[in-house]
Write a protein that binds this ligand. Structure first.
Ligand SMILES: [Zn+2]
Length: 135
């Protein structure tokens, strides 16, 4: 699930150390870009990084009931979350801290981070919980 860290995606996967989601942003055409890329797919402009609110809604999701990672017991929810900042700004992430069957399309969610080790680096994997839920 975690891609190899490179210049264009490192900030996205490690920026969560400060508890915020860092998303590539094109100043030239004022658009957010996910998944992270080297240049803006719309105008080839250089991408900077900005933090977003971390809030969004569940665009679509699936409940996985088959264990394929011993560290993650089923059932768990894999969702595409649409971030509040832009209508096509979407990120694939687990939905946590709620019953899988309670997840619905359009449900408001907020980001949090799970610290993991990947290829010897500490990464902060964004996951989402129902807005207002406490961890
Ligand atoms: Zn652009």
């Amino acid at each position: 699930m975690i891609p190899e860290l490179q210049a264009d995606n490192r900030r996205f996967w490690t920026g969560g150390a400060d508890g915020r989601l860092h998303v590539p942003y094109c100043e030239s055409c004022a658009s957010w870009v996910l998944p992270p890329e080297a240049d803006c797919p719309s105008c080839d402009g250089a991408l900077g990084v900005r933090t977003v609110s971390g809030e969004g809604t569940v665009f679509t999701y699936t409940v996985d009931r088959h264990p394929f990672n011993p560290a993650v017991p089923p059932p768990y929810v894999i969702a595409i979350v649409e971030l509040a900042e832009q209508s096509d700004l979407r990120v694939a992430a687990n939905i946590v801290d709620c019953e899988p069957d309670s997840v619905t399309i359009g449900m408001p969610v907020a980001v949090r981070f799970e610290e993991q080790q990947a290829s010897g680096e500490t990464v902060y994997v964004p996951v989402f919980a129902p807005l207002g839920a406490t961890s």
